[in-house]
Design a protein around this ligand. Structure first.
Ligand code: FAD
Length: 517
């Protein structure tokens, strides 16, 4: 039975065209009527981003009574202002770059080529709207989940309130994610800036764009907007992009970005920003000198803050920190054992696929606890890959060499470059490599990095090997189709294999062959 419509007004996502209207109809329908809560839920989940959606869908599929609360847009960051729109525009910008560089392939573009940023953005909105069906309120209702639109807040032990209704729970899950948080740069608020929450609403290309922070979001957007034709300047405090990745891996991407026409300001510190007429001025220190850059827009690509406010966590004894989020143990239990958390709200690895993996852990521990508390699913067992979707992409899983050193783990490292892989040469995508770290003297894979056009797709071979306890000897014995860029993985494994064939072994075999003649 349903009772009342939620109290908020209709949600608007600029530009409110047919695609964004379709998106809103799916993920925050204006005519939505919250159900009347009846009895106690097995799970009440606050936040319908990836973590909340996956938890709700799996719990409902196994027969649990589930309530899912969302105050803004179901699908959360990933669908609405993260992975989906960013990869949509990255695809468009790659096409623009390929066409611009097509002369090598015999395709000569006449001068005065017509470009239309608005069409590229409309394509992204159209595809986002299409994908949004999967996260829609109606689909989840059909899956058997009670969808409540409104702010969720703990009001007492075993109770969450939403839109004036108390929901009773046996277990609850906090999946409220994180939001963009600008660095404390003087003048930024007054001058105005873009974040991932606003950049995907642009319909006109900013002619000049300053991007603050050369992490994954900053680099993906800087490269895309450069390729669309903006004059983009990327500001970074360190001396190269993607500081978390191996320096030589980041260097390859940086080289490509520079070829695209990207400007970088490294070792810089932004002192303040200001408006000057219609323009924005970024003031920064670099090499002891004070400089300024005039732009049309500023994109802040760094800083995430967990959504911990207003949840009433104090009422139910859930501890949290305004920087690192909700405190959880390896079972993803908060300091209140009946309340769990999953996703960006509680985990340093802020990715959609980790939010998904954490949802599975919560289901296991909250709904299927072992009778004696012995067997439980743990975040300790997660093997987490990630990728930055620049061109080329950088993907990584497991340990970096420096991390292994810090942990006192001895490793052997093997690197194979793409300029020796036929398919990469033929594709004109031969700047990159596959690198693997194994436990010293063994073939046990501890970590890997790939730099390649589709490194994000390729890293799964290493991830699967690590998860399945398969070593490099299994990869060397696996047939890879020729010619593919993924052959680089077999070739790097072969590089390890060669080291196992020592001079001593060779001499012994020579003697054997002499005897056999
Ligand atoms: C620009 C960008 C690009 C990205 N690209 C990738 C990528 O390519 N690959 C990848 O793996 N990850 C990517 N990410 C990260 C990914 O988007 C997040 O890790 C993922 O969305 C986290 O999911 P979540 O469920 O934890 O949180 P969220 O998606 O943030 O969802 C939390 C939800 O909770 C709701 N909420 C908050 N408080 C309340 C409340 N009190 N009551 C009710 N509802 C509430 C929010 O409205 C939100 O919908 C990207 C992020 C950004 C910003």
């Amino acid at each position: 039975m349903t009772t009342e419509a939620h109290k908020e007004g209709p949600v608007e996502i600029a530009p409110m065209d047919e695609f964004n209207q379709q998106l809103v109809n799916n993920v925050h329908p204006s005519a939505w009527v919250n159900p009347e809560p009846t009895g106690r839920y097995n799970l009440v989940i606050i936040g319908a981003g990836t973590a909340g959606l996956v938890t709700a869908a799996v719990a409902a599929a196994v027969g649990a009574k589930v309530a899912l609360i969302e105050r803004h847009l179901m699908g959360g960051d990933c669908l609405n202002v993260g992975c989906v729109p960013s990869k949509g525009i990255i695809r468009a910008s790659r096409v623009w770059a390929e066409v611009k560089n097509a002369a090598e392939f015999g395709l000569h573009i006449p001068d005065g080529i017509k470009t239309d940023f608005g069409t590229a953005m409309a394509r992204m909105r159209k595809l986002r709207a299409r994908i949004s069906h999967v996260d829609s309120a109606h689909r989840y209702k059909d899956l058997g989940v009670d969808i409540f639109i409104g702010d969720g807040r703990f009001t007492g032990p075993g109770t969450v309130e939403v839109a004036g209704k108390p929901l009773q729970f046996a277990k609850a899950v906090i999946c409220t994610g994180a939001r963009a948080a600008a660095p404390p740069i003087s003048g930024l608020e007054g001058t105005g800036y873009l974040t991932n929450e606003t950049i995907f609403s642009l319909t006109e290309l900013p002619p000049r764009l300053a991007v603050i922070g050369a992490g994954p979001i900053g680099c993906e957007m800087a490269q895309s907007f450069t390729r669309f034709g903006s004059k983009v300047c990327l500001f970074e405090q360190t001396d190269h992009i993607l500081p978390r990745e191996d320096a030589d891996a980041a260097e390859i991407v940086q080289h490509q970005m520079a070829k695209d026409g990207q400007c970088f300001v490294f070792n810089s510190s932004i002192t303040h920003v200001e408006s000057r007429g219609h323009e924005k001025v970024v003031h920064f220190d670099q090499g002891g000198e004070h400089k300024e850059l005039v732009v049309d827009e500023i994109l802040v690509g760094i800083g995430r803050a967990p959504n911990v406010e207003g949840l009433g966590m104090e009422t139910v004894g859930v501890e949290y920190d305004t920087r690192s989020g909700v405190k959880v143990n390896v079972k993803l239990q908060t300091t209140n054992p009946k309340i769990y958390a999953a996703g960006d709200i509680c985990f340093p690895f802020k990715f959609t696929h980790t939010a998904d993996a954490m949802a599975q852990i919560v289901i296991q521990n909250a709904l299927f606890p072992h009778p004696f508390g012995l067997g439980y699913a743990s975040t300790d067992s997660l093997i987490i890959p990630w990728a930055t979707y620049t061109e080329p992409e950088i993907a990584h899983v497991g340990l970096y060499e420096t991390e292994a050193k810090d942990k006192g783990i001895e490793v052997d490292t093997f690197t194979y470059t793409l300029d020796e892989v036929d398919r990469a040469i033929l594709d004109g995508e031969d700047e990159g490599f596959a690198r693997v770290h194994v436990k010293k003297g063994t073939d046990k894979i501890l970590g890997a990095t790939i730099v390649a056009a589709h490194a994000g797709d390729m890293i799964s071979e290493f991830t699967l090997a690590m998860k399945g306890g398969l070593g490099l000897s299994t990869i060397t014995g696996t047939i890879h189709p020729y010619p593919t860029q993924a052959e680089v993985i077999k070739k790097v494994a072969n590089a390890w294999r060669k080291t196992t064939f020592t001079e001593g072994k060779k001499k012994l075999l020579s003697k054997l062959f002499t005897f056999m003649r």
